[in-house]
Design a protein. Structure first.
Length: 422
């Protein structure tokens, strides 16, 4: 393939201000090992491009004719937002603060992703909502640079590479063998749905019925269809295997003890965050092209689909815990019980945070679905924020946002208004 062709293709996806290059890593970084392991797990070679000044999304370019390698665009902004969100898990902030910050982070993700979809007016709306009246500020420094200096341990592997490994994991095709994994059979998928419907028991009966229909519809266009969920789960499990094998190897080589509990905990956090950012992407998609009729219901059922997916990841982590340290794949009942107990304990510990982050996301989703707040109100609030004592912060954020919008060649009335204020 001609280099210029690939260049044009990437540019069309990431905006004109974005830059991309091979990922630069310092000595000792596990990145090359992860790529090696990824190739072993998937049997596919990947070309990874590290994209800066883009939007929070990591994705694979659709198959390019005459080019066997998969081209994955790994956005620094995707990672950056996941690191901010990860802080919500580990900081131990009060619930109200977690909800507020999660909502703001989701809205900014939706706003930036809306720019990539050329939905300028709504992007401005979501941006204003994300920033208006903000009293708690993320310290303005380079969170990625800071994180690079962290020790290379279980957390480092998962926090840095889960999103990338998930994307690479999509190279694994969904086969009948996978469909017959004990926890992915048709029966297991339907059971998982029934469990989920108990949690989402406030959904009206006719919607629950439609969830069952769509899960078994064999129409992959539905988020909740079983093969659709399985494909995501397989990408997740492949990611876990890539990270587990490479972390295990690295940490053993440095003669440190591999801490399986920390590893599992980090996967729980990152899997939830990657799903969260994916849901923001779906929201941006919804806003750009509001679905009609049966497609609309797909968005209503989306939380159930994600709930099932996360549940499958947890099931796999239990197996990982149960087999850790043994050299047999056959799991003893006793080990499985012990693993379940550990998962339950971790879950109890983090469930309140996951719940709070979910509430923040729900608020951002409601804002996107309803779009009730007027531009006038949002702009009035923003104007007074700009005049406040923290005005510099608001102006700076808005300037960065406008720069991103320009890089996507957005022409929008609301964007012009925003530029006038700053
Ligand atoms: Zn995916």
């Amino acid at each position: 393939m001609r280099k210029e062709f690939l260049h044009e293709l990437i540019k069309s996806q990431v905006g004109s201000n974005a830059t991309w290059s091979a990922y630069h890593y310092i000595k000792g970084d596990p990145y090359p090992l992860i790529l090696q392991e990824a190739e072993k797990q998937t049997g596919v070679k990947c070309d990874i491009y590290w994209v800066e000044n883009g939007v929070p999304s990591t994705f694979t370019l659709s198959a390019i004719q005459g080019y066997a390698n998969r081209v994955v665009l790994w956005h620094s902004r995707h990672l950056e937002l996941s690191f901010y969100l990860r802080k919500l898990f580990i900081n131990g902030d009060p619930k109200e603060i977690i909800i507020e910050l999660a909502e703001r982070q989701c809205l900014i993700a939706i706003a930036e992703l809306s720019l990539a979809k050329k939905n300028g007016d709504f992007a401005v709306k979501a941006f204003l909502k994300s920033i208006n009246g903000q009293g708690i500020f993320n310290p303005h420094h380079d969170i990625l640079l800071d994180s690079k200096l962290e020790p290379i341990d279980e957390s480092y592997f998962v926090a840095w590479f889960y999103g990338l490994a998930h994307e690479i994991g999509h190279a694994v095709p969904l086969t009948d063998e996978i469909r017959n994994y004990p926890f992915l059979t048709d029966e297991a998928m339907n059971e998982a749905l029934e469990d989920a419907l108990l949690v989402f028991n406030y959904y009206p009966e006719h919607i629950k019925k439609e969830a069952r229909n769509r899960l078994n519809s064999n129409k992959k266009k539905y988020f909740i269809e079983k093969d659709h969920i399985r494909s995501e789960v397989i990408a997740d499990l492949t990611a876990i295997n890539i990270l587990y094998n490479s972390a295990l190897r690295t940490i053993y080589q440095s003669s440190n003890k591999f801490d399986i509990i920390t590893f599992v905990l980090e996967v729980i956090i990152m899997a939830n965050l990657i799903v969260l950012l994916e849901r923001c992407e779906k929201m941006a998609q919804y806003a750009a092209k509001p679905p009609v009729d049966e497609k609309k219901l797909d968005y209503v059922l989306m939380p159930i689909a994600y709930y099932i997916r996360i549940g499958k990841i947890y099931e796999y982590l239990e197996i990982l815990l149960a087999t850790f340290g043994t050299n047999t794949q056959k799991i003893q009942k006793k080990q499985m019980k012990a693993a379940e107990a550990v998962m339950e304990q971790l879950f109890d510990q983090y469930e309140p945070v996951i719940g709070a982050i979910d509430s923040g996301l729900s608020n951002a989703m409601k804002f996107t679905f309803n779009q009730q707040e007027s531009y006038d109100d949002l702009f009035n609030q923003f104007s007074s924020d700009v005049k406040s004592k923290s005005g510099g912060y608001f102006r700076l954020q808005a300037k960065e946002f406008c720069r991103l919008a320009d890089s996507y060649g957005i022409a929008s009335k609301q964007l012009e208004l925003l530029k006038k204020i700053i």
